[in-house]
Design a protein around this ligand. Structure first.
Ligand code: HEM
Length: 273
């Protein structure tokens, strides 16, 4: 880690041939960190750890999604539900990493580091983000099949999410699965939006700048030379779009387009005056 440190009390010692390091493969994991002497900037370690914590979290989410697919295939709804809740909690780790960077990484530090990074490196190549997306699609397919096997459709499932529902308990359980998948997806989308927010802070291209009207100097590009519009599009791409569409359908079923929407607009206009 920092073997050239002169003060032995500041030297980080590991690889001590302990059962703890062996069991956790901690020696290998710690060896992945850029040694202090090779860091391109004092904040480089934070930058790398924020990425690694996120990639490890995505491995954990991917693993959990694989288990969820297996449980749903076996029609083991309760264990699947527990795991979806775990995935939702795991998804908060990456959000926290981004918030940490937003709160403690000065823009100047980031830009100095970025100048030293190889061109073409892009978060789009993250193995974790890809693996999670692909596994989520499998979970979705299995969930759709589970509903068919139970002779249920999404519109039939939604009433079971309402408090006081006293119909088929199987439908209630599957509606809980749908709600928890939606909440998990919501935390995944939150990561994308907090990440985009941080990118605007650290690279510029502030919110609301249109690709068509902005001067080229107002539109920073990614390390692979792509406009931030690419990232802005990805930031609104959920894992389970059908669940978000169902929210709109539920809103409509409550008279959303007329009554509720009117009331909301009405109250807002009062606030503006
Ligand atoms: C230091 C702050 C960061 C900046 C300035 C930044 C910047 C960017 C930019 C500009 C893109 C668009 C990529 C392209 O068009 O080639 C991107 C994408 C991405 N970044 Fe970051 N990033 C940062 C931190 C992180 C961290 C900590 C992670 C965690 C692994 C991460 C993961 C990703 C992923 C997965 C994408 C693909 C977008 C998506 O799947 O929605 N980034 N990032």
């Amino acid at each position: 880690m920092n073997p050239s440190e002169q003060n032995p009390r500041l030297r980080y010692v590991y690889d001590r041939d302990t059962g703890y390091e062996a069991e956790l493969r901690l020696t290998a994991a710690l060896s992945a960190l850029v040694p202090t002497d090779d860091l391109v900037h004092p904040d480089h370690r934070l930058f790398q750890i924020a990425h690694l914590v996120t990639e490890y979290s995505w491995v954990a989410i991917h693993h959990t999604l694989c288990d969820i697919a297996t449980d749903l295939e076996r029609d083991d709804t309760v264990p699947a539900l527990r795991l979806i809740r775990r995935a939702k909690q795991l998804a908060a780790w990456p959000v926290n990493s981004i918030r940490l960077l937003i709160d403690s990484l000065p823009q100047a530090s980031f830009l100095q580091m970025r100048a030293g990074f190889p061109e073409g490196s892009s978060g789009l190549d993250s193995p974790g983000a890809r693996a999670v997306r692909k596994a989520a699609h499998v979970v979705w397919e299995v969930f759709e099949k589970t509903l068919v096997d139970h002779n249920l459709s999404f519109p039939e499932l939604m009433p079971a999410t309402r408090p006081g529902y006293s119909g088929d308990p199987g439908a209630a359980l599957l509606s809980e699965v749908a709600m928890e998948l939606h909440r998990f997806d919501s935390v995944m989308v939150e990561w994308k939006q907090v990440h985009l927010n941080m990118v605007w802070q650290l690279l510029g291209g502030h919110p609301g700048v249109s690709e068509d009207t902005a001067a080229p100097s107002d539109r920073p590009t990614s390390m692979r030379g792509r406009p931030l519009a690419d990232l802005e599009r990805l930031a609104v791409r959920p894992l389970f779009p059908r669940l978000w569409q169902e929210s709109t359908a539920m809103y409509r079923s409550f008279g959303g387009d007329t009554d509720l929407a009117y009331r909301y607009r009405h109250d807002t206009s009062k606030e503006i005056q």
